[in-house]
Design a protein around this ligand. Structure first.
Ligand code: SF4
Length: 252
């Protein structure tokens, strides 16, 4: 016991700053995509044809990329040799509106609707109930890691609770399989109003790889009203942390 305490005291303070430093994200991290201007038809076709989830479309020759469907596999970047789509290291991807996730080579649309005044409603804390609605557990793993000393979610006043009766918000992962739909709706109905719904990951936003499956719905907003979309497959813990803190209007 004494040795454990001694070893712990030697470890010092390990909670990372947030927002994080520039060198926090790993080399292979793929963040916010950048879509180039003036792309040739051939490069567009290459990008669109390799996308496994139909996240890229090119109506009228202009590429649009739906972060809500993207699984960040990087295949489009490789296929067009970085001429049409490249991935930056920007981890802040969350949006309060579904169409805010659809990117083009036009300047980013400013979200004019501030949404609910979350800080006013919930004060300085946010209690969340998590439901895995048929996911593969990758998103759940990256949510769980927020509770470690490294990310220390509780320092922002955000905590996961066991009962929906105690929750202000519902964090949903997975495409909402038919088996889980009733459990999800019951959890939502058990929460007191006002309440938030947060969709985490490509499956929860659009169905992801399971899109149009007969056994699943195409994401949470086909079942419940969604207040925040956090894209990724899975989203990096910092992407989730940014989304959660931004909805509280605690950090800009
Ligand atoms: S990174 Fe996203 S947009 Fe590009 S091919 Fe993969 S899923 Fe499609």
């Amino acid at each position: 016991m004494i040795r454990t305490l001694y070893a712990r005291s030697k470890q010092g303070y390990r909670t990372m700053p947030f927002p994080p430093g520039n060198d926090t994200l790993p080399e292979r991290f793929l963040g916010m995509p950048f879509i180039a201007d003036g792309i040739s038809g051939e490069d567009i076709r290459e990008c669109v044809s390799v996308c496994p989830t139909g996240a890229i479309d090119a109506p009228g020759g202009n590429i649009s990329l739906d972060l809500g469907k993207c699984i960040f596999c990087g295949a489009c970047d490789k296929a067009c040799a970085g001429k049409a789509v490249t991935f930056t290291r920007e981890y802040r991807l969350a949006s309060r509106k579904r169409d805010g996730l659809v990117l083009s080579n036009e300047p980013a649309r400013e979200e004019k609707d501030p949404g609910k005044n979350i800080k006013h409603i919930f004060g300085r804390s946010l209690k969340l109930r998590q439901v895995s609605a048929g996911g593969c557990n990758a998103c759940e793993a990256d949510i769980n890691v927020l509770n470690t000393p490294g990310f220390d979610l509780a320092r922002f006043g955000i905590q996961f609770v066991a009962s929906p009766r105690h929750a202000d918000g519902l964090v949903v992962t997975g495409p909402v399989t038919n088996n889980m739909r009733s459990a999800l709706e019951k959890t939502y109905n058990a929460m007191a109003s006002p309440k938030l719904v947060i969709a985490v990951g490509a499956c929860a936003i659009s169905g992801g790889p399971y899109i149009d499956s007969a056994e699943a719905n195409n994401g949470v907003d086909t079942v419940l009203p969604v207040d925040l979309y956090i894209p990724g497959c899975p989203p990096h813990p910092l992407t989730i942390l940014h989304g959660l803190t931004s909805i509280m209007e605690r950090l800009k």
